[in-house]
Design a protein. Structure first.
Length: 366
């Protein structure tokens, strides 16, 4: 096997498939990257037996063949090569890598031992712009649970129905929902819970105007983006009935400038960044909200903001870290905070036409 490819293109291919390389395995072959040179293209593959990735790219092929290279070592070598043409040639069981004045020789693994890429047939499928997909995932994926004992909460519920794409994530303490209407979409309905970590890996790919396709088989999710195919296991279990948490109305509502609120929360939480909740005191008569925090044996802090408030006076408290994460997902100039009472969740709702809202469970006020 012998082929040539630009260093940037090779590095991009390796960075994509490296997400599927197993870091903890008793099978050495799973720590490798499979490379096949055929006709005028290269195919790269990696798998940890849960996630499988296949990437195709053009290259100058002199001799066809296939190899498996140690993933981490090969990635480090390619990353540090100069931006020039890279020549790779298999000599016995060694891969010779040459680029400009640099050359390396590394041992390879038997490609016959590498797992076959899964062949799956899809039952549901939706296609949408990658920019839309990426934008929505960024808003909700940070809310997924890190507790593997409830695997379904480590995922994002993605549904498509009646031209509306919806993504929902929760860790039981907060809930994020993003919605977007897909124009001119005549696609069938779609519903799946997909790993939040997997989705964040997908959106780390280079941003383009291309489409991304999500498809389902019985127990797997297939994502196709440009020349790359990702196959991952679907999360099992029933996603919580989050709709029962969504209030039909509110008793208090205040509109605030998003950036000013975010900065105020950061300042008020300075005294005790880990544990102290933020108390929110909305006063209808003065059209203000007072943010305050008390850190035992340290001190206290407070700040008052003006807003447009309606309804009743109310005092409620939230985990300040949850507030900051929620506000960072809101891109509109203004945000609405809607509250039923002190003991029920509060909702931060994006202003304007952005269809995003963020629900937080309250903290008991001492």
């Amino acid at each position: 096997m012998k082929f040539s490819i630009n260093q940037k293109e090779l590095q991009n291919a390796i960075s994509v498939v490296s997400k599927g390389v197993s870091s903890k395995t008793t099978l050495p072959i799973l720590s490798g990257i499979f490379i096949e040179a055929k006709k005028d293209s290269l195919t790269f593959q990696a798998t940890d037996l849960v996630l499988s990735i296949k990437y195709n790219t053009d290259a100058l092929i002199e001799n066809e063949g296939k190899i498996v290279v140690p993933g981490r070592l090969f990635s480090e070598i390619v990353k540090n090569l100069p931006d020039a043409a890279v020549s790779l040639e298999l000599s016995d069981q060694d891969l010779i890598i040459m680029c400009d004045a640099s050359s390396f020789s590394i041992k390879t693994l038997n490609p016959e031992d590498f797992p076959t890429f899964p062949e799956v047939s899809a039952s549901q499928e939706i296609t949408l712009p990658f920019s839309t997909f990426s934008h929505m995932v960024k808003k909700v994926a940070r809310v997924v649970s890190k507790d593997e004992s409830r695997a379904v909460l480590t995922g994002v519920l993605i549904t498509f129905k009646e031209k509306t794409l919806q993504m929902v994530a929760t860790d039981s303490y907060r809930l994020a929902i993003a919605e977007k209407e897909l124009e001119n979409s005549q696609q069938e309905e779609f519903e799946a819970v997909i790993s939040g970590k997997f989705l964040q890996d997908i959106i780390s790919l280079p941003q383009t105007d291309s489409q991304i396709t999500l498809a389902l088989s019985e127990n797997q999710i297939i994502i196709t983006y440009k020349d790359t195919i990702f196959i991952n296991r679907r999360l099992e279990g029933n996603f919580p009935n989050y709709k029962q948490l969504l209030p039909d109305n509110y008793n208090t509502r205040i509109e605030l400038e998003t950036n000013r609120l975010n900065e105020a929360v950061k300042r008020v939480s300075t005294l005790d960044i880990k544990t102290a909740p933020i108390k929110i005191d909305i006063n209808i008569a003065s059209q203000t909200v007072q943010l305050s925090s008390v850190a035992q044996d340290i001190g206290s802090s407070q700040e008052t903001l003006s807003g447009e408030a309606t309804g009743e006076d109310v005092v409620i408290a939230f985990n300040h870290g949850y507030i900051i994460e929620g506000l960072s997902s809101i891109e509109t100039e203004n945000v609405f905070l809607e509250i039923q009472n002190t003991n029920k969740p509060g909702i931060f709702r994006a202003g304007g036409e952005e269809n995003f809202f963020y629900l937080i469970m309250p903290v008991r006020i001492q």
